[in-house]
Design a protein around this ligand. Structure first.
Ligand code: ACO
Length: 374
């Protein structure tokens, strides 16, 4: 590969952003200048969502207004509910998420309006409605009745309520909220860059988020949280973990939930997420996943010096909370809609068509032979 080809855009700075900053050398991640760990300690997910979208943390009355806006916008149309009900039960929920955002684009009265005001209205609608549509699929594919959103419940509470018909204890809601805060935004990762690339042709927010969901689905990105769970299920019990992970490394397999393009000395989100995974493991009296988690992590660090990324603790935590494995990445979507939306608005505000170059390495100037001569 010639040196002037920057495969994977490795190390290339393509634009400026004021939304988040990843500082791998000091294991730091900030949203609008606030450290995520600090936000996790002091804020709810709604406050952080407001911050990402509006550039500042809300005061009490701004938060009240924002929560009311979410409440008002949570319901989905009968049309969308029917579409979700008729989706194949075996469909992957990420494909469902991609499709429901696309359908919302067909239904939204502002679809072709890319003004900042319309984009904010649409961002709030997508953010509020996607959990309702996904919870509907969570239930209908199991043959259960759809549960509509309940006014007055927070973002995380509502999602649990719509999926399970009841609320878990406050510690579970808190841990889920923390995972949403940590998943909300992460600079120019592949799905965000996809959203910005789509936006750069002056396309609309529904198209950009639909594309971003397709990008997040891959196991090298958001799909890793699902793959972590599949790996733990293959390992089956803690006694198998040491041999299993050593065999995988000997076979040069990629171990999901480990490694990162930017963080090489550890993912800044992991210590907080790991703390909450451990709490949930204790609450759920889990003897298995907690131990497998520790053994696999130790071998990866000792043998390869490769650190876990945020998908490693969220995988088993969502499982212990009762979510189906293929719903883990859609949960990531519910949160990342905030980051994507902020990036889409930032791109619209100072747009330049994203159009890199490629180095041609195919056949040189060939003459076309007529069909009967080939
Ligand atoms: N398991 C085993 N080996 C790994 C892993 C891993 N998870 N990650 C990196 N390595 C090894 C590579 O094999 C490579 O080794 P080599 O130099 O001997 O060939 C070396 O570490 C460098 O890895 P690259 O893949 O070149 O690093 P890159 O920055 O391109 O990849 C990536 C980052 C794609 C995330 C990679 O670490 C990976 O595939 N991880 C597993 C998938 C995953 O967990 N993704 C979630 C990312 S976080 C998120 O999206 C929220």
């Amino acid at each position: 590969m010639s040196e002037d080809v920057k495969k994977g855009l490795l190390g290339i700075v393509v634009d400026e952003t004021t939304i988040s900053q990843v500082m791998p050398d000091i294991n730091s991640l900030t949203y609008r200048g606030y450290a995520v760990q600090d936000l996790c300690e002091k804020c709810s997910f709604e406050e952080v969502a407001y911050l990402i979208l509006n550039k500042e943390l809300p005061n009490k009355s701004q938060l009240k207004k924002f929560k009311k806006e979410l409440d008002v916008n949570r319901s989905i149309t009968i049309n969308l509910r029917e579409i979700v009900k008729h989706m194949p039960k075996r469909a992957h929920p990420m494909d469902v998420a991609r499709t429901v955002v696309s359908v919302m684009g067909l239904e939204d009265k502002d679809t072709s309006n890319n003004s900042p005001q319309a984009n904010m209205r649409k961002a709030i609608r997508i953010f509020a409605k996607t959990p309702t549509a996904m919870a509907a699929f969570f239930r209908t594919r199991k043959g259960k009745k759809v549960i509509p959103p309940k006014k007055g419940l927070g973002f995380s509470e509502n999602f649990f309520y719509m999926c399970f018909g009841k609320l878990p204890n406050k510690e579970i809601i808190k841990a889920f909220d923390i995972s949403l805060i940590l998943y909300a935004e992460h600079s120019f990762n592949v799905s965000t860059f996809t959203a910005r690339t789509i936006t750069s042709s002056l396309s609309d927010i529904h198209s950009a988020i639909t594309g971003a969901i397709g990008s997040l689905k891959g196991p090298l990105h958001g799909g890793a949280n699902e793959e972590v769970m599949n790996m733990m299920n293959k390992i089956k019990k803690p006694e198998n973990a040491f041999t299993w992970i050593n065999n995988a490394l000997d076979k040069k397999e990629v171990v999901m939930g480990f490694g990162h393009r930017v963080y090489k000395k550890g993912d800044s989100r992991v210590p907080t997420m790991e703390k909450y995974f451990k709490k949930i493991s204790k609450i759920k009296n889990d003897k298995k996943f907690n131990k497998i988690y520790d053994i696999v992590k130790k071998v990866m660090m000792d043998k390869k010096d490769i650190h876990p990324n945020v998908d490693y603790p969220t995988g088993p935590m969502y499982h212990l909370m009762g979510f189906d494995t293929d719903f883990f990445t859609p949960i990531f979507v519910l949160s990342r809609i905030t980051g994507w939306s902020a990036h889409i608005m930032e791109q619209h505000a100072a747009n330049k068509l994203i159009r890199p170059l490629s180095k041609y390495s195919g056949e040189k100037h060939r003459k076309v032979m007529l069909l009967n001569q080939r």
